[in-house]
Design a protein around this ligand. Structure first.
Ligand code: HDD
Length: 710
């Protein structure tokens, strides 16, 4: 039996009646605004029609079927159903920010690129950082390459320097790109693992691709688990050309150097950060920009001519090779500052379209076969992702300089040529014309040869620079490489792949190969892999390749987590916090309960995290400022123990006041206390703790704990 419905208006219907009563008002310019009584803007459809009820679909009677004529419902659901666009096939997870690039001095001698002509010239910029293999929703701390894509809106068109935080690549020829990416991403039958290279397919491809060995050393190093986008380098990877007004060419390699120095996390820490805060890198960038601590990088260049290229040990067109900075020093030519987050993630960070072929006059390509292939690929991908050839009409992709062309129509065309003439030449003298003087002139490089599918012999040495990278690392960094290789290969199910990898490692460094082989439990050592060119033993270490060698001297830009409890020494807390802020670093407090604690002087201290939400992996260093009265409760909290034990395990500096000693015992480290565990305030405790923090980690601790044993 149908239920009776009442004819008495419900509260909801009364509200609808009120909304129906809204008035049309005229704005100052005479335009009509539809405004509800209380000045709240009226909700409309995308067609601009005011909406009376956004809570209920149109239906026959209160309990009857929905009506197909409900255009508001139809439009709303239609739009929602189409909200997603295809995620990027690689670099799907990313985070972007706006800023500017400032030129230090004129580079007119080398390039006619407009942005490099005038000292102090500022060029608007948008940068998107990314991981490569994971899907859009994957966690930030995957072991992976980081994308470092920079769009510079120059006065002569957009320049996209689409780089990575690693200066070499897995492959030498773009035709192998789909293979390396297929192999790295989830396996196609099971659709896992997500955002991880620790699986058979990846290592199968890698172990069959010797040219990837140099990149493998970088990816297995701590470079692949950066502490923050703010603490990593960026590289243009390929050799490009700078072209001056006389059409003379200089080869160039681009480097972005972070002002705050380099820093990475430990692998065990990365794994835990992914659980505690999968948005760790996003949040870091958001918080630093929103708090006015604008991250900065210097753009540095390595400039060289054909003569240098001819005598260099390796082919400058080979994207699996670097030119060590000790051989060809970098020169800083400007700075990039990121000072504004996008207003809307989708509109800007998701829809931004980077393309290596976007170069302004004065910057040109080399014949690097990877770069040549990329120049072909990026345009295609933007059409697929953004759905229209008119993706340059989106504000984030549009040039910020004057532009004029006859391209027209297509999906979502927001700008079309005005007037009758949409071609040139024309008899009406209308519209833009090309300019041989101002326009882009390609460098007239002499080219000649047979049409062939061939890899240059000068690309054949796959191990020498891999070895050079490895021997340039400090002992802790070398240990991390061995541990990373062991971990990754331990997840490989096919024994022959593991053996093949060890065979490659033998061509890089025997100790490394032996350590990994032992950990993998290989019964017999394989023979070294066949090498087209034997590994050169004479390449000297390049200290510039080590993160630790290039580490910062200060704690600036980092974060100290202070575990506090009721009764915390108010004076000490204030002094420590003040000293950290003085260092231009951040302090966050972690308390046993949500809210905060009452300090020794009776004041209320607000905390940023409750202990379960603020594990020590979220901080660069920690301090334990507790009280005897609170100790019983703290000792019962397993997360408090983890907080201390993890900080120690991850080689962090730990400051503590005397009341916190039982926590060190509980974490099992009271006996292992070293120079990185510092009593506060102590005689010299506080100043020495703050200055020691500049070293970031106590790497000397590592061999004595499990983490250090490769
Ligand atoms: Fe790529 C995206 C960097 C080789 C094809 N690539 C993409 C992004 C970065 C790089 C940072 C993300 C841009 C963004 O944030 O939107 N890619 C590199 C570097 C490479 C490289 C440094 C080697 C030196 N890429 C490479 C090759 C090909 C591609 C060889 C194809 C032949 N890359 C693409 C792509 C992507 C892309 C499929 C996916 C999404 C996009 O372009 O916009 O076209």
């Amino acid at each position: 039996m149908a239920k009776k419905t009442t004819s008495v208006p419900s509260a909801q219907q009364a509200t609808i009646a009120e909304i129906h009563d809204q008035k049309l008002r005229r704005g100052q310019g005479g335009e009509l605004h539809q405004i509800a009584e209380n000045d709240t803007p009226v909700l409309t459809t995308a067609q601009g029609g005011p909406v009376a009820d956004d809570q209920n679909t149109l239906r026959v009677g209160a309990r009857g079927p929905a009506l197909i004529e409900d255009f508001h419902f139809r439009e709303k659901i239609f739009h929602f159903d189409h909200e997603r666009i295809p995620e990027r096939v690689v670099h799907a997870r990313g985070y972007g920010a706006h800023g500017f690039f400032e030129t230090y001095e004129s580079l007119a001698a080398y390039t006619r690129a407009d942005l490099f002509q005038r000292p102090g010239e500022k060029t608007p910029a948008f940068v998107r950082f990314s991981t490569v293999a994971g899907n859009k929703g994957s966690a930030d701390l995957a072991r992976d390459v980081r994308g470092f894509a920079v769009k510079l809106y120059t006065q002569e068109g957009n320049w996209d320097l689409v780089g990575n935080n690693i200066p070499v690549f897995f492959i030498q020829d773009a035709i192998k790109f789909p293979d390396v990416i297929h192999a790295a991403k989830q396996e196609p039958d099971r659709a896992f693992p997500q955002a991880q290279t620790a699986h058979d397919n990846f290592w199968d491809f890698i172990s069959l691709t010797p040219e990837s060995m140099h990149m493998v050393m970088w990816v297995m190093s701590d470079r692949a688990i950066p502490r923050s986008f703010r603490f990593m380098e960026g590289f243009g990877v390929h050799t490009f050309r700078l072209i001056n007004a006389k059409d003379e060419s200089t080869f160039v390699k681009f480097h972005w150097k972070p002002k705050l120095g380099l820093q990475s996390v430990a692998w065990n820490e990365a794994v835990k950060i992914n659980g505690a805060d999968p948005d760790f890198h996003r949040r870091d960038l958001w918080q630093s920009i929103k708090s006015g601590n604008f991250p900065e990088w210097e753009l540095s260049v390595q400039l060289f001519d054909q003569e240098f290229a001819d005598r260099f040990d390796f082919d400058v067109l080979d994207p699996t090779k670097i030119i060590p900075e000790e051989i060809l020093p970098v020169k800083a030519i400007g700075r990039l500052v990121l000072d504004r987050m996008p207003d809307n993630f989708f509109a800007e960070t998701e829809q931004v379209a980077f393309m290596t072929q976007n170069v302004p006059p004065g910057i040109d390509f080399s014949n690097d076969p990877l770069l040549q292939g990329r120049n072909f690929s990026y345009l295609d991908t933007q059409l697929k992702r953004l759905g229209s050839t008119n993706f340059t009409h989106l504000p984030i992709n549009a040039p910020k300089c004057p532009f004029a062309h006859f391209q027209q129509d297509g999906h979502m065309a927001m700008r079309n040529p005005v007037g009758r003439t949409n071609y040139q030449p024309n008899s009406h003298g209308e519209g833009p014309r090309e300019s041989p003087l101002r326009g882009y002139r390609h460098f007239p490089a002499e080219e000649q040869g047979q049409k062939v599918r061939l890899r240059a012999e000068s690309f054949a040495d796959h191990y020498s620079q891999a070895r050079q990278f490895y021997i340039s690392q400090t002992p802790p960094e070398q240990r991390h490489i061995a541990m990373a290789l062991t971990f990754e290969l331990s997840k490989v199910e096919t024994p022959v792949i593991r053996e093949r990898m060890v065979a490659h490692l033998l061509n890089i460094d025997e100790t490394l190969a032996t350590t990994v082989a032992e950990k993998l439990g290989l019964q017999t050592m394989p023979k070294p892999a066949d090498a087209a060119v034997p590994t050169r033993q004479d390449l000297p270490p390049s200290p510039a390749l080590s993160i630790i060698e290039r580490g910062p001297k200060r704690f600036e830009g980092r974060k100290l987590g202070i575990l506090v409890s009721d009764g915390v020494n108010a004076k000490l807390l204030k002094e420590l916090t003040g000293a950290i802020i003085e260092e231009k670093a951040t302090v966050e407090l972690i308390a046993p309960k949500v809210g905060g604690v009452t300090a020794s002087d009776g004041t209320w201290v607000e905390a940023h995290h409750m202990i379960d939400g603020g594990p020590s992996v979220l901080f660069d260093a920690v301090a334990l400022l507790t009280s005897e009265a609170a100790m019983d409760d703290l000792l019962r909290e397993a997360t408090v123990r983890d907080f201390v034990a993890d900080a120690f395990q991850h080689c962090k500096f730990i400051g503590y006041d005397q009341s916190a000693l039982p926590l060190l015992e509980k974490a099992g480290i009271a006996e292992a206390v070293d120079e990185g565990v510092i009593a506060l305030p102590g005689d010299e405790g506080l100043p020495s703790f703050v200055s020691e923090l500049g070293k970031l980690r106590v790497w000397g601790r590592e061999p004595s704990i499990k983490l250090g044993k490769a």
